[in-house]
Design a protein around this ligand. Structure first.
Ligand code: SF4
Length: 285
């Protein structure tokens, strides 16, 4: 199997299995409310500051089914409150889109709120991916979208990949009224230049339909460096220190994070569930 693709053939009636890196049962920062977070294996980006290089490869980790994840998640349901539920993170949850789709579809049957954590790299208009993504959005209540840096040249240098398709994904989601929560990791000397932050701010403000429920600056940290040493992967940011509180505030001011406060009263789109049960397909009603 290609380690970056989840091209496992699934026979009819056979349950889809995915590769899971780890589970956090009480996540308070990965989406609205308290959430059960499953970190999936697989990511094709190579962000220089990634603190989870151990999630990059697929074909490793625990093999699990949607039912196993959801049965386990439901043990913690009492803690979720009106906003919480499950989050699929990574790695990059869209690398295993068949598995992600299976989990979210079945989560909706159980009336569980779903949150997708993605940096968008797998997005393509090509089939079969696009139809799967389109369907996935019908079962996704909100997405955490990581925007690394706007400038395509800087993006390629920082992550190893292009960002054109990432913006195509975000635009598609916004035009389809899919709620999102924007995140930007602030790395001194890489992603904290005022002109780049201004460009990001203008871009986020331009997204239609009030889809941006929250915009957040995540200060770079060095907690993942040890993993690079253990895995014998060169770490390119050895000299970089976390940003000062002042630089974080500056970025929050430029991005106008305080203005994006719709997440406070945010609720999962329950109407999707009723449509699904009645008609076996989702429709905005
Ligand atoms: S997208 Fe996320 S998981 Fe992938 S390399 Fe970047 S930080 Fe790491």
């Amino acid at each position: 199997m290609n380690i970056y693709e989840n091209k496992v053939e699934v026979k009819k009636d056979e349950k889809i299995k995915g590769y899971v890196h780890s589970i956090e049962t009480f996540g308070a920062v990965d989406g609205p409310g308290i959430r059960y977070v499953a970190f999936l294996q697989g990511c094709r980006m190579r962000c220089q500051y990634c603190h989870n290089p151990d999630t990059w490869n697929i074909g490793v980790g625990d093999e699990m089914t949607a039912e196993e994840i959801l049965d386990d998640a439901e043990k913690y349901r009492a803690f979720w409150g009106p906003q919480g539920g499950i989050t699929l993170s990574g790695g990059e949850s869209l690398v295993q889109i068949d598995f992600t789709l299976d989990i979210f579809k079945k989560a909706k049957e159980r009336n569980i709120s779903t949150c997708l954590d993605t940096a968008g790299n797998p997005f393509t208009w090509k089939e079969p991916f696009f139809s799967k993504f389109e369907e996935l959005m019908k079962y996704t209540d909100i997405s955490l979208v990581d925007i690394k840096v706007m400038d395509p040249v800087k993006h390629k240098e920082l992550t190893g990949v292009d960002n054109k398709n990432i913006f195509e994904m975000i635009q598609y989601m916004a035009e389809n009224n899919d709620d999102m929560w924007i995140r930007h990791v602030l790395v001194p000397g890489k992603t904290d230049f005022d002109e780049d932050l201004k460009q990001l701010s203008d871009y986020v403000a331009s997204l239609p339909n009030n889809v941006v429920k929250k915009a957040e600056i995540l200060p770079y940290h060095t907690l993942g460096v040890r993993k690079y040493h253990e895995m014998e992967i060169p770490y390119k940011l050895e000299e970089v220190e976390p940003p000062t509180a002042e630089r974080v505030k500056n970025a929050e001011r430029i991005l106008n994070t305080a203005n994006y406060n719709l997440y406070k009263n945010w609720r999962p789109k329950k109407y999707k569930i009723f449509c699904y049960k009645d008609e076996f397909k989702y429709r905005i009603c």
